[in-house]
Every structure is written in C-alpha cells, then in structure tokens.
Design a binder for this molecule. Structure first.
Ligand SMILES: Nc1ncnc2c1ncn2[C@@H]1O[C@H](COP(=O)(O)OP(=O)(O)OP(=O)(O)O)[C@@H](O)[C@H]1O
Ligand SMILES: [Mg+2]
Length: 294
C-alpha cells in the first residue's frame, strides 16, 4: 500500500453491540485512495458501506485497525479535532434529500450555513454560497426553499452545502438513490465537475449497476471487507460521469490484504470443489490453487 495515499484504511474493524449481540460491520477492511481520486463503493445491503463512510466522515469511530485521512489519524482524534475535521476536511451527502437541507432555509442560506461555523465573514459567505450555487447550476434557484426544488435540485444544493467550507474530501452515501435515472446521471456529472474543478477527492456509495462504466475505479465490499476492484485501463483515477462508456476496457482484480489473504469468488470454489482447504503452489511463476482432495 503506497505510504503517500490520502485515505488509508488498514485492517479496519467496526463492531456494533446491540443488547448482548455483537454485529461485525467491518472485518479487516483495507482501502487506499489517492488525493483527487474518485472511488465508487458497491456491495450488498448490510456489507458495511455506510459504516465505512461514517467512519471516514468522523461520525463514528472504528473498533480496531488503522484509518487516516491526510495527516489525521481518525482513531486518535480528540473531540475538538473531530469537530474541526468534520468542518474543514469532509463534506457529506446523504441519500435522503430531506436529510441534507434545512427545510425553512433558502438554497443560498443552506449553503452559507456551514460557513458560520468556520468564522467566514458574512460577505465572504454570501459570495462563496453564490459561487457554489453557480457551480452546481442553480444560481437562479438561490431563494427557493427545499420544498420548491425538485429532488435532483435538492441533491445539487446538498453538494454545494457539502462543499461550503472547501473540503478536500467529499463523501456521498447513495446520493442518487432517490432520483430517476436521468436526474441521477446529471448528479453524477456534477460530481465529475466538482472533481475536475476543485480537485476534490470523492468516495461515493452506490447501487447503480452500471457504475463501472461511469467511474474510473469501483471497489466492492463483501461482508465488511474489500474483495474485488474494477478499474478502467486508461484514465482510471479521475473520472465520474452520468454517461455510460463501454468503449474503455475494464480490468477486474481480486484484492490481496496486508496479511496476504485473498477471497476467491464462490463460483470458482464450487467449480473446483474447494471446501475448507486447498493446496496452493507456485508453478511457472504463477500461483495455483487446487482442491485439497485432488
Ligand atoms: N448503529 C448500528 N447498530 C448496530 N448495528 C448496525 C448499526 N449500523 C449498522 N449496523 C449493522 O452493520 C452492518 C453493516 O451496515 P451498513 O449500514 O454499513 O451496511 P450498508 O452496506 O450501508 O447497507 P445498505 O446498502 O443497506 O445501506 C449491518 O449488519 C447493519 O445491520
Ligand atoms: Mg448504507
């Protein structure tokens, strides 16, 4: 794992205790993201996607492992540092449009609000809020309250709110989950604009089945661990658009964790009749895994 990565998760665990039961939401997750990269996180419901995002956002603390963003160690941050981290380093967009905005404030006021927590002068707040609304294409809706905006427009404002304090990292948990396909693709395009214009690193959780054709890098989480990754062969790091590009070839990789563990697809195990043990050898510079029963 390159030491200079912007986000580093190593052997990350999150265990929730519910009454006497323990739920392991993350079990030894590894992930490295470079500055300015766009990464989509996919995985079945309950696989740990939101848990990971909440940890990266500083909303939740992991149970064990390592996680750092820039030069901040998220496991060691004190209360004040967490506050400052949330205000300056990250922006967050939720799936529920209603959760992102205050209903009684206009779009402009919503965008200006987070800047009140960072000692930004009133004049600068207004100017920046106007610029951000312009960036998300809603300069002409500045005075509208959320109920007078469409779902897609609300998510655009939410992105502007998340960017209010110019954070280097933008996290989005299924930001297009409640939108129709056409609107969803416009919002994905907007993430691309943000990445290109502001150099913002973006980690986005999505259930979009076509996401591999829209972003440069897709990481799949299975049972609380990263399992496989799909990258495009060219220009893979900085790309997110709403339109599908099936021209550029994709490469799928199995991820190898820090301890050398590899997860094999279930179909392979079934086909090779591998149950609880296999024989692993090096042959002609390749690793081969065969059923122990052979
Ligand atoms: N606050 C919590 N308390 C207890 N268990 C939790 C809590 N949050 C999440 N979990 C459990 O942790 C696991 C991972 O949940 P998480 O919300 O990260 O999944 P997800 O991949 O985001 O799923 P979805 O696609 O449905 O949003 C699940 O088994 C979930 O029930
Ligand atoms: Mg979730």
């Amino acid at each position: 794992m390159p030491a200079e990565s912007y986000i580093i998760c190593q052997d990350l665990f999150k265990i929730y205790k519910v009454a006497d039961l323990e739920v392991v939401a993350l079990r030894g997750l590894d992930l490295a993201v470079d500055r300015g990269e766009v990464v989509a996180i996919v995985g079945a419901s309950g696989s740990g996607k939101s848990t990971l995002l909440n940890i990266l956002a500083g909303y939740d603390t992991p149970s064990a492992g390592k996680v750092s963003v820039g030069d901040r160690d998220l496991l060691r941050m004190g209360g004040r540092e967490v506050e400052s981290y949330r205000r300056h380093e990250v922006g967050f967009v939720w799936q529920q449009t209603s959760r992102n905005l205050f209903p009684y404030l206009s779009a402009l006021e919503n965008v200006a609000l987070p800047m009140m927590l960072t000692n930004t002068s009133p004049q600068e707040r207004e100017e920046r809020a106007e610029n951000l609304l312009d960036l998300v294409g809603l300069a002409d809706r500045a005075e509208h309250t959320p109920e007078r905006l469409s779902g897609g427009e609300q998510q655009r404002v939410a992105i502007a709110v998340a960017l209010a304090n110019n954070p280097p990292l933008l996290l989005a948990d299924e930001p297009t989950g409640e939108l129709d396909d056409a609107t969803a693709s416009e919002v994905l395009d907007l993430f691309g604009t943000v990445n290109q214009e502001l150099d913002t690193t973006i980690v986005i959780v999505t259930h979009d089945p076509e996401i591999a054709y829209k972003v440069g890098r897709v990481v799949m989480i299975r049972d609380g661990k990263t399992s496989t990754e799909i990258r495009r062969k060219r220009e893979y790091t900085r790309r997110i658009t709403g339109s599908v590009d099936t021209e550029t070839p994709l490469e799928e990789y199995t991820l190898v964790d820090g301890a050398g563990r590899v997860q094999l697809p279930r179909e392979f195990l079934e086909e090779l009749k591998i149950h609880d043990r296999a024989s692993v050898r090096i042959e002609d510079g390749k690793v081969t895994i065969v059923s122990a029963e052979e």
